[in-house]
Design a protein around this ligand. Structure first.
Ligand code: NAP
Length: 296
């Protein structure tokens, strides 16, 4: 079994590390806030002081940090992965980041005889906990094929999308869809409640028809329970929608519905909800986070 390195022990990375440990892998971990590594060290992960140390100790190094600037630091920083011995090793970025940064890491990796893949995921915190994530992979196809066993540890739908950066482009397409399902789910709830309907009954009904989607079945119940914990952070969705719109612009595309979703989520972030889950979009309509009594 190959030695696994894992950098970034947040909502997603932490769950993935647990799967590798359960499958019997030796796992070397690093997180910026070191205290967050403690629960994983307690169940058998080995702690490292820097990303360079992780790179030196491991054969497949996964990164799952927050923003593109974090990815940049983890790979190219003074204690970064590329300061370590990476020849012959696999470097796999699971973060949702930019296609251009994925290409930059790929080029540097090739120079250093490493195998580089961009492999953002979808399926949320629950998909990470269950090990059923969708993984969208860019890079060299043989490198993707070589990691099938490791991807299967935390993923279910795992597909090769094309050259370096294609995984990130696929994830942007995914986020463009999610922009629609999150705004649609939010407005559905606001409308159904204002019309004086039994909202739970509406969900049970439309969720069985052509309005069915992941946001509806996973996030609407959290809203009705008043649960706004992340899940998927608002600040990360704003990041993703900005990347998607920038990439669309480079392609000469205008995506007005995605732009509207971005504006709504940016407003939500500016109102102080950046560290809440994306289901908190409804607070723009229901400031208390609970359905107001319908006037109807
Ligand atoms: P998170 O809980 O904020 O986790 C990110 C982790 O990366 C944090 O523990 C953070 O450390 C660490 N980190 C950041 N910069 C670092 C650095 N320079 N060196 C080492 N560690 C660093 O976020 P998440 O929800 O797991 O999401 C991670 C990525 O996956 C994001 O790009 C997100 O957009 C994407 N994603 C999330 C979901 C989801 O549903 N949550 C689904 C698909 C994709 P600190 O503790 O110091 O902050």
């Amino acid at each position: 079994m190959k030695k696994i390195g894992f950098i970034g022990l947040g909502v997603m990375g932490g769950s993935i590390v647990k799967h590798f440990l359960k499958h019997g892998y030796e796992v070397f971990v690093y997180n910026r806030t070191q205290a967050k590594a403690a629960p994983y060290l307690a169940i058998g992960a080995k702690g490292c002081a820097t990303p360079t140390e992780v790179a030196n100790a491991s054969e497949i190094i996964f990164t799952m940090v927050g923003f593109p600037q974090d990815v940049e630091e983890v790979y190219f920083g003074s204690h970064g992965i590329f300061q370590g011995d990476v020849a012959g090793k696999y470097l796999v970025d699971l973060t949702t980041s930019t296609p251009s940064l994925a290409q930059k890491i790929f080029v540097k990796g090739v120079e250093r005889f490493a195998h580089v893949l961009d492999a953002p995921v979808s399926g949320g915190d629950l998909g990470a906990q269950k090990g059923t994530l969708t993984i969208m992979v860019g890079g060299i196809e043989e490198d993707y094929a070589a990691l099938q066993k490791e991807f299967a540890v935390f993923g279910k739908t795992i597909n090769y999308q094309g050259v370096a950066g294609s995984g990130q482009h696929t994830k942007m397409a995914n986020q463009i869809m999610i922009a629609g399902t999150m705004t649609g789910m939010t407005e559905l709830l606001v409308y159904a409640n204002a019309a004086g309907l039994d909202v739970e009954k509406v969900l049970a009904t439309v969720g069985g028809g052509s309005a069915a989607n992941w946001s509806l079945s996973n996030y609407a119940p959290r809203i009705l329970q008043g649960d706004y914990t992340p899940g998927f952070f608002v600040k990360h969705f704003v990041k993703d929608l900005k990347i998607a719109l920038e990439e669309a612009k480079k392609l000469g595309l205008d995506l007005p519905a995605t732009a509207q979703a971005e504006a709504l989520y940016e407003k939500l972030e500016n109102e102080g909800y950046g560290n809440d889950g994306t289901q908190s979009l409804i607070k723009l309509y229901w400031p208390e986070g609970i359905a107001p009594v319908s006037k109807k």
